[in-house]
Design a binder for this molecule. Structure first.
Ligand code: NAD
Length: 497
């Protein structure tokens, strides 16, 4: 891979004020390769440890994160602009996931005996899960702790070492995570969990640097580029990409609960959440009341920096233009703003915006907005709601509000996860796999599936004794054995007609 030019340093800034926070050296392609080599050497030690010992190291790391929670939450707040309470929520969820991964890795990944079948009765068989080696993790800025940790903690628990490239906007948080792991575990070799810093080019160097898997979280556009680049070396990829999550509000929904959850799901973290609520399909019989409840809740939701702010500034100044463009497009496509409007975009903040009657072809409905705006469409039936929800190329999260039919409706959605009578509940349950379909990505973090993602199956078949004359995989097999097998095949597999 040829070196890609990029600046030698990067400076992270406070998105509310634009003030510089810290400057970091950008890691070159050579530095990334060196980090991977150190991680590979460390993998020999870390991968050989028992699940119990790895669990102890992960728990020590968590304890130190708790001890440093003020420093960590202040840094998340400073780099992303999100309220400190939201930063603490991220920490809490990350700790829950790390504890679950540490506790469950042995159960999920221990060797498992499997049946051999009558044909191979003289064999025993076992599936063993082995670590992959070095996992490269590439993270986004919107949840700089919780999101990459869904790969980092699970990859470590499965016996891999990790080289993490945090987002250029949240480099400080990424580096603090790796430094804390090393500080909590001084007896471990260097490189069990390390970071490399930089922009996209540093991430690209990690993808092409010979890691055993890339776990990426970020935009669909970057995910596609990473998958294409990884094809060169057949490096497997786990892609957690964007979303355009829909919420269905059925006629029998608890409307106050639905409005409260939708208001939070659409605007918290300034709407910069991959599983944020971006579209609502509400049954006509309750649409008016739902909208009244929703706008009432959102009237007291305010962005800002100080105490009492519901959410912070847009983390990336460039996102303001996207949000503005989507509101303009919605209004140009027959939509009406029943709360806020174009004036709500007042850099670096965006006030909550509720748009109704927006044409389904508008960018506000089709593209990820990543802002505190929401479209609410009235539908005549749940069939219509499901059809429109499934029209999106994305398929990450979703929610259904219905007292009686929540699970039935949920099953019809083409997504990776659904919360019934809440939003985003699935993300806080470590045992539930998390990931999307279509443009939302490939593979799963969290849960059993999230541990299996960071291991490879190694199948071992052991011949316990041989059956003279009846060997199948030998030139010593006899004509008599083959004729007997033909009879058995007819009896076992040939009687269904
Ligand atoms: P992004 O795609 O711009 O950047 C993500 C990361 O990729 C950054 O670290 C960036 O430096 C790196 N990168 C950029 N170009 C690269 C390249 N060519 N090769 C390797 N790495 C490269 O995304 P973002 O703006 O940081 O994050 C927001 C997006 O992330 C949204 O679309 C959001 O929906 C998505 N997201 C998804 C999930 C999920 O779990 N599905 C969670 C959080 C965020």
């Amino acid at each position: 891979m040829s070196a890609i030019a990029q600046p030698e340093t990067l400076t992270s800034t406070d998105p509310a004020t634009g003030a510089a926070l810290a400057t970091y050296r950008v890691d070159s392609e050579a530095a990334v390769r060196a980090a991977i080599a150190t991680a590979r050497a460390a993998a020999a030690t870390w991968g050989e440890l028992s699940f119990d010992v790895r669990s102890k190291h992960l728990r020590r790391w968590s304890s130190l994160l708790v001890a440093k929670s003020d420093e960590l939450c202040d840094l998340i707040h400073a780099e992303t602009g999100k309220p400190r309470a939201d930063a603490f929520l991220e920490l809490l969820l990350a700790l829950e996931h790390t504890a679950w991964a540490a506790k469950n890795a042995a159960r999920v990944l221990r060797p498992k005996k499997v049946r051999t079948g009558a044909l191979m009765a003289n064999f025993s068989a076992v599936v063993e899960q082995r670590p992959l080696g070095v996992v490269g993790v590439i993270g986004p800025w919107n949840y700089p702790l919780y999101t990459p940790n869904g790969s980092i903690a699970y990859a470590l628990a499965a016996g891999n070492t990790v080289v993490f490239k945090p987002s250029e906007y949240t480099t400080g948080v990424g580096n603090l995570l790796a430094a804390t792991f090393a500080e909590a575990n001084p007896e471990l070799p260097e490189g069990v969990f390390a970071t490399v810093n930089g922009y996209g080019a540093t991430g690209a160097a990690l993808v092409g640097g010979g890691v055993d898997k890339i776990a990426f979280t970020g935009s669909t556009r970057t995910g596609k580029r990473i998958m294409a680049a990884a094809a060169d070396t057949l490096t497997p990829v786990l892609l957690e990409c964007g979303g355009k999550d829909a919420v269905i509000v059925a006629a029998d929904a608890d409307l106050a609960a639905a409005a409260d959850a939708v208001a939070f799901g659409a605007t918290s973290n300034s709407g910069q959440t991959c599983i944020g609520v971006e579209r609502v399909y509400v049954h006509r019989s309750v649409a008016e009341q739902f909208l009244a409840e929703l706008t009432t809740v959102l009237q007291s939701v305010r962005p800002g920096t100080g105490q009492g702010a519901s959410y912070g500034p847009m983390t990336l100044p460039s996102q303001l233009a996207v949000v503005r463009r989507h509101i303009e497009d919605a209004l140009a496509h027959g939509g009406k703003a029943v709360l806020g409007g174009l004036d709500s975009v007042r850099a670096p903040y965006v006030d909550p915006v509720v748009l109704v009657d927006v044409d389904e072809s508008s960018t506000a409905v089709c593209e990820e907005t990543f802002g505190p705006t929401i479209t609410v469409s009235t539908v005549d039936s749940i069939d219509d709601a499901v059809r429109l929800a499934n029209t999106s190329g994305y398929g990450l999260g979703s929610a259904v509000f219905s007292r009686r039919y929540g699970r039935t409706i949920a099953r019809r959605l083409r997504v990776g996860a659904t919360s019934v009578n809440s939003v985003a509940g699935f993300a806080a349950i470590p045992a539930l796999p998390f990931g999307g379909v279509g443009d939302s990505g490939i593979g799963r973090i969290h849960g059993d599936a999230g541990l299996l993602e960071f291991s490879r199956a190694h199948s071992i078949a052991v011949q316990r004794f041989s059956i003279p004359g009846a060997e199948l995989l030998s030139y010593r097999r006899t004509e008599r054995t083959l004729r007997l097998l033909e009879t058995i095949v007819r009896l076992v597999h040939g009687r269904a007609r």
